[in-house]
Design a protein around this ligand. Structure first.
Ligand SMILES: [Zn+2]
Length: 453
């Protein structure tokens, strides 16, 4: 974290007298370092919850449990100085916890479940070490939207461009549940500039690479390249019901109510020219261009110029004169271009792709990768996510307590851990248990049948 970022972070904190007094005694300077991280892994990181999640019910007493399951999962640690430890695996929660505390990784990644323990892979020939299970994952990074956001670029995000991530969560979450029938979906803030999605249903974990690629392709719409101004092409196809629903339920609202004005999409000639390039009709574009260049000189209306220009564009393209379906579709194409989710396809397509574990801390921002509730993701504010130093400060305020198990409970991380448990982990483990029970019973029935026969 640069000094500038540290100061910016401090600037918007209003401290009243009482809080200020407390802070003097317990203040923890902003930042990210091994010492902070040691306290975090020692007192706050929910090792047990990660273990329970990654065990998928196989840590229980049920005879159908696969006791080797957790031990075949790859973890990968990135240490200080970019030392990269791949193929770590552990046979119990205490092994996992001790290793994390000892190595104090700057980043923990989670890979697939292999056919054998990854840590012992050298004892096998390569063809015996194969990934057999993996959550279906999605990685959405706001840097992929740099051509449609004007407030920030690169790794920066603010509340004006974050709604692009909200749109992505809403569109993808709905499709995963309604179109694919998945139920156990975890959304996580990546700590800096995007979101991750973990689909954890049994049938998702067992997808082949080909099936993963097919699902990723279902979401693929962004086909832009440097030689093509059109990022999206909807013409010539009946719009898929998924796209119609995404448009009417999410994209149109976010485009018109948020992005249009917050990104000032029509505010300069350079910006509106980019949109006019998407309209393949010279007479319309020159008429709009004429209007816009004129009212730039004499701004008569008190309404937001972006709203005015958008309405004019819509009016022209959707008027009855425009019989050609292609032109009417231009409105939708523009909305899709500026708001539709852009996925990092490679992450989703392959089982053995690593993805950062929830509850890691991002080294550049110091922010914890907390879960996001898709049901109220519009309320999620990346600028208020707990930072490492804030959490340590909260720990300090509470004083030393040897008797408390869940130290996170008295910090602002508590809300996130409770949400992880109640909305994700508990329902997931319940259905793992049911799945285990029913497959065990049917096997039992089969063997009974074969005996009686
Ligand atoms: Zn921004």
């Amino acid at each position: 974290m640069t000094r500038e970022e540290v100061e910016n972070g401090r600037d918007d904190m209003l401290i009243d007298g009482c809080e200020a007094e407390q802070r003097l005694g317990n203040a923890v300077p902003d930042g990210f370092n091994v010492n902070y991280l040691k306290v975090y892994y020692g007192k706050l990181f929910p090792h047990g919850d990660i273990f329970k999640w990654m065990s998928y019910g196989n840590d229980g007493k049920h005879p159908a449990c696969d006791q080797s399951y957790f031990g075949r999962r790859e973890f990968s640690f990135t240490l200080d100085n970019d030392i990269y430890l791949r193929f770590q695996s552990f046979n119990s929660v205490s092994e996992l916890e001790n290793s994390i505390k000892e190595k104090c990784p700057f980043k923990i990644d989670i890979g697939p479940v292999y056919s054998v323990e990854p840590a012992k892979r050298n004892a096998y020939t390569p063809d015996k070490v194969i990934p057999v299970e993996r959550e279906l994952v999605f990685d959405i990074d706001i840097t992929d939207y740099d051509d449609v956001r004007y407030c920030c670029s690169g790794a920066d995000v603010c509340l004006d461009c974050w709604p692009l991530m909200t749109v992505a969560i809403k569109v993808i979450d709905t499709a995963l549940r309604d179109d694919f029938g998945f139920n156990h979906i975890l959304w996580v803030y990546s700590g800096r500039r995007g979101v991750h999605c973990w689909v954890c249903d049994g049938k998702a974990r067992r997808l082949t690479d080909e099936q993963r690629a097919a699902i990723a392709d279902y979401f693929r719409l962004y086909k832009g390249n440097e030689n093509n101004n059109k990022k999206v092409s909807l013409v010539g196809h009946a719009l898929h019901p998924f796209l119609i629903r995404s448009y009417t339920e999410v994209l149109r609202y976010f485009f018109e109510e948020k992005l249009l004005c917050s990104q000032k999409i029509f505010s300069t000639e350079e910006r509106f020219e980019k949109i006019l390039e998407m309209i393949p009709d010279e007479s319309i574009t020159s008429e709009l261009r004429g209007k816009w260049q004129e009212n730039r000189r004499s701004s008569i209306s008190k309404d937001d110029i972006n709203v005015v220009r958008w309405e004019q564009l819509k009016h022209m393209l959707q008027s009855k004169k425009q019989k050609a379906q292609g032109l009417r579709m231009c409105v939708e194409e523009i909305v899709f271009s500026y708001s539709y989710p852009r996925l990092d396809m490679e992450v989703s397509k392959r089982m053995n792709h690593l993805l950062k574990a929830p509850f890691c801390v991002h080294p550049k921002t110091g922010r914890v990768c907390v879960p996001i509730d898709p049901n109220c993701c519009e309320e999620f504010d990346p600028t208020t996510v707990p930072t490492l130093s804030k959490l340590l400060e909260e720990l300090n305020m509470g004083g030393l307590r040897a008797d408390v198990d869940n130290e996170w409970d008295r910090t602002s991380l508590g809300k996130s851990v409770r949400f992880f448990r109640s909305s994700f982990l508990q329902p997931l483990l319940k259905s793992c248990k049911e799945e285990m029970e029913s497959s065990y019973n049917s096997k039992l029935q089969q063997s009974k049948n074969s005996l009686s026969w």
